[in-house]
Ligand binder design. Sequence first.
Ligand SMILES: Nc1ncnc2c1ncn2[C@@H]1O[C@H](COP(=O)(O)OP(=O)(O)OP(=O)(O)O)[C@@H](O)[C@H]1O
Length: 366
Amino acid sequence: MARITLDHLAHAYRPDPQGPQDYALKEINHVWSQGGAYALLGPSGCGKTTLLNIISGLVRPTRGRILFDDRDVTDLPTEARNIAQVFQFPVVYDTMTVRENLAFPLKNRHVPRDKTAQRVEEIARLLDLTSVLGRKASNLTADMKQKISLGRGLVRSDVAAILFDEPLTVIDPHLKWQLRSTLKEIHRALDITMIYVTHDQTEALTFADKVVVMHDGAVVQTGTPDELFERPAHTFVGHFIGSPGMNILPCQVEGATAFLGGEAVSLQRHYRTLNHSERLELGIRPEFVQLQPKGSGLPVRVRRIDDIGRARIARVEMNGRMMAASVPENLSVSGDEASLHLDARHIHIYADGHLVSGEPMGGQTA
Ligand SMILES: Nc1ncnc2c1ncn2[C@@H]1O[C@H](COP(=O)(O)OP(=O)(O)OP(=O)(O)O)[C@@H](O)[C@H]1O
């Protein structure tokens, strides 16, 4: 078990990188604490697998170092790193029983038989595989086979970390939620550092205590699920997390007032030091924007109302831009003219995509 440090790590697949655009992974400094449950979240092509492969030793980084506790492992091969990996597709030996499959990583490392048997029973119990321990893996469903793969990743108690690369891809949708919560319970029971790669926000937010969000080869925010929701550090995080994502609107800012087209919106913080050559945007989640009758706030046109089960979401147009807003339960909407109320406590200002803290109204810098 180990703390994993990424120290000025960067990687380019091409041999002569000239600038940031040539790096699949732009410079990262990050510490994965021992025992943490992390998700590495981002869209396809953002560099998640590259980072995972650097941690496991399959890819040597162009720049920087990787440390397990204080040991520099940058030049060590995968076998010498003591990492367990679970991939998208099941890796099982069809001719072996489930028990033999689970025991294999321990047998390979000459763990005594009684200890192996005990650990296999424990992992089988956690993954609900006890009843099939004696069966040949070949006759099992893809779901069961992937559970065996997970078990093989989890069975060694001495690993520095377990890396999961989109492990639920082959799992039947209605079993996914069950396995996600099982993995969470297993993390609590085993106290092993786990890094879970996914492009699915639900998987990331339910599994992880801390989520590392990647975009275009860079980490744009690391935070708890609540932090990513409440205070996205980058417009990409606001947009990518949440369903629907954050409303992001071009704006101008003067002191504690934002202007959306000709409409003034009061802010709870002061923005004295904004560089007006930067692209300024106002971000607010649909949960904090309320649709109201015409004449009581920012004027909008309602284009559509979607019932998403737990709430109604209005798609509205303001100054030619589409926004999402919550529709209060008791509001009946007739016609397409309405107003919006923005909860100022949840408005964020972004400059060139990055969150600007501003200053509290009292005048001190945040
Ligand atoms: N072996 C390689 N050689 C050259 N370029 C590569 C190689 N592997 C990945 N890339 C490029 O590096 C970038 C990051 O890819 P990576 O696979 O790490 O992203 P990802 O977030 O894991 O995406 P996905 O979820 O689709 O696997 C992409 O532009 C990809 O095309």
